[in-house]
Design a binder for this molecule. Structure first.
Ligand SMILES: *Cc1c(COP(=O)(O)O)cnc(C)c1O
Length: 445
C-alpha cells in the first residue's frame, strides 16, 4: 500500500464552498472567462492519494481524478521525483528541433503496451483533442480519403474538428460553428437502451449499413470509437460490436482509431479497454488523460505504416512531448508495468459494483450499473421506465459535494454518475464515499 503524506480521510469543516473559496470565486468571476465552467467551486490548495484539500481546510474524497487524469493518485511520489529531476535538467528544446531521450522512451513504452502484435510508432502531443486530430490527419494521409465516422454519445474534444465529432451540441458546440466537414455519425451499441436482445454484431451491422448507404465505405478514411465511452456515460458496447466493425473496416481499407483518452492507461484494469474484446486490435490509439499523473501530454500510437505515412515535418507542435511531461509519463508507465494498478482497478471494481448493486435493490431510480475496472457508472431513470432522471443525479452530486465527496456526472441525458477514483484509494475511503452516496439517495426517497 502506498504511503500517504495527507491523511486519507474525509473532513468537512465549513459550509461548501467555504468562505475563502467563495471569496476566490468572486475574484475569479472578475478575471476568468465565464465560458470556463466550474462544477464545484472549492479552490484546491494541495492533494495526495485520493484526497483533495481546499483553501478552507476541507478534505474531499476525489472520485473524479480531474476526469480520470490522476489515475495513480495525486502527488504520486514517482511522478514528483521524475518531474523534479527533469525540471533541473532541461524543460524545453522542441523535440523537432533538438530531441531528447524522454520522448523516445514514452514512445517505446506505448508501442510495447498498446494492443496489436505489429510494428508500431508513436507521436506525442499536448491534449486528448490534439491526439484525436492527429490520428485523423494520419488516417487521411494514409488512405487518401476524406470522410470519417464517429458514434452517437461520443466525446472527442473541444477543437473545431473534435466539436464536429461529439454527439452533444450543448455545451460543447452551440454557437461555435461552422464545424469541420467530413464527419459522419453512426448509431452506437448502447445495451441499456437498445432493443432487448440486440447483439453486438447486430448493432454493428446497423452502424455499417448506415456508413455504407450514407457515406460509402470507399470514402471513409477512419472510424473513431471509444471502446468504453467516457462522457457518454461509460457505455460499454455489446460483445462483438468492436470486432464486427473492425473486420468490416479491414475489408474496406478503413483505419480503426480507438479513442482511449479516458479509458486507457490501466483505468479499466488492463493497459487499454480495447483489450477486453478478444480480437479487437485498433490500428491507432489516442492516449492522454491518465498517462502522466496530471502533466499535460498525449499520444497517438499505432501501425508503423500509418504513423509513418506523413512527410517529415507534417506532424508536431511546439510543446508536444515536453521533457517534463514526458518524464512524468515514463514514471507512470513504469509504475503500471509493476502490475499493481491493474489489481487495484479490479479491487475498486469489486467494491463499486457490489455496493452499487446493493443500492440498486433499495433505490428504484437506479437503472443500470456498468463499466470496467475503476471506470464504473450508474445510469438513473424514473422508476420502472427508461426515462432519464437527471434531477436525482444533480441532487445526489450536490449532497456528495456538501459532505466531502467529489463525484462527476456524465451521459447524453446528464443522468449518469461516473466513478473515476485514483487507483490508490483505500477500501475504507472508497466505502466511506459510497456511504455518502447511499445517504444521498436515501434522502431523496
Ligand atoms: C477528455 C477526452 C478527450 C479530449 O481530451 P482533452 O485533453 O480535453 O482535449 C478526447 N476523447 C475522450 C474519449 C476524452 O475523454
Amino acid at each position: 500500500m502506498a504511503e500517504f503524506t495527507i491523511a486519507q480521510e474525509r473532513k468537512v469543516i465549513t459550509a461548501i464552498p467555504g468562505p475563502k473559496s467563495q471569496e476566490m470565486q468572486a475574484r475569479r468571476l472578475k478575471a476568468v472567462s465565464h465560458g470556463v465552467g466550474a462544477a464545484l467551486p472549492v479552490y484546491i490548495e494541495k492533494a495526495n492519494g485520493a484526497i483533495l484539500v481546499d483553501i478552507d481546510g476541507n478534505h474531499f474524497i476525489d472520485l473524479g481524478c480531474g476526469i480520470g487524469v490522476t489515475t495513480i493518485g495525486h502527488t504520486n511520489p514517482g511522478v514528483i521525483d521524475a518531474v523534479s529531476h527533469q525540471v533541473n535538467q532541461v524543460t524545453h528544446t522542441l523535440f523537432t528541433v533538438t530531441p531528447y531521450e524522454g520522448y523516445v522512451e514514452v514512445a517505446e513504452l506505448l508501442n510495447k503496451h498498446t494492443p496489436g502484435n505489429f510494428e508500431k510508432r508513436s507521436a506525442l502531443f499536448n491534449s486528448g483533442a490534439e491526439a484525436v486530430e492527429n490520428a485523423i490527419k494520419l488516417a487521411r494521409k494514409f488512405t487518401g480519403r476524406g470522410e470519417i465516422a464517429v458514434f452517437d454519445h461520443a466525446y472527442h474534444g473541444r477543437t473545431n474538428l473534435t466539436m464536429a465529432m461529439n454527439f452533444k451540441a450543448h455545451p460543447y458546440a452551440s454557437g461555435f460553428g461552422p464545424f469541420a466537414p467530413g464527419v459522419n455519425h453512426l448509431p452506437m451499441s448502447y445495451p441499456f437502451r437498445d432493443p432487448a436482445g440486440l447483439t453486438g454484431e447486430q448493432a454493428a451491422q446497423r452502424a455499417i449499413l448506415y456508413a455504407e448507404k450514407r457515406v460509402g465505405a470507399e470514402n471513409l478514411a477512419a472510424i473513431v470509437i471509444e471502446p468504453v465511452q467516457g462522457e457518454g456515460g461509460f457505455i460499454v458496447p455489446a460483445p462483438g460490436f468492436l470486432t464486427t466493425l473492425t473486420s468490416w473496416a479491414r475489408k474496406n481499407g478503413i483505419v480503426v482509431i480507438a479513442d482511449e483518452v479516458q479509458s486507457g492507461i490501466a483505468r479499466t484494469g488492463q493497459w487499454f479497454a480495447s483489450e477486453y474484446e478478444a480480437g479487437f486490435e485498433p490500428d491507432l490509439i489516442t492516449i492522454a488523460k491518465g498517462i502522466a499523473g496530471g502533466m499535460p501530454i498525449s499520444a497517438v500510437t499505432g501501425r508503423a505504416e500509418i504513423m509513418d505515412s506523413s512527410h517529415p515535418g507534417g506532424i508536431g507542435g511546439t510543446f508536444g512531448g515536453n521533457p517534463v511531461a514526458a518524464a512524468a509519463a515514463v514514471s507512470v508507465l513504469k509504475q503500471i508495468e509493476t502490475g499493481q494498478p491493474f489489481e487495484d482497478a479490479k479491487r475498486i471494481e469489486n467494491i463499486l459494483v457490489s455496493r452499487l448493486n446493493e443500492m440498486k435493490n433499495k433505490y428504484s431510480v437506479i437503472g443500470d450499473i456498468r463499466g470496467r475496472g475503476a471506470m464504473i457508472a450508474v445510469e438513473f431513470v424514473e422508476p420502472g421506465t427508461l426515462n432519464p432522471n437527471s434531477a436525482v443525479v444533480d441532487a445526489a452530486i450536490k449532497f456528495c459535494n456538501q459532505n466531502g465527496v467529489v463525484v462527476l456526472n456524465a451521459g447524453t441525458y446528464n443522468n449518469v454518475i461516473r466513478f473515476l477514483p485514483p487507483l490508490v484509494i483505500t477500501d475504507e475511503l472508497l466505502n466511506d464515499a459510497l456511504n455518502v452516496l447511499d445517504s444521498a439517495l436515501a434522502s431523496q426517497q
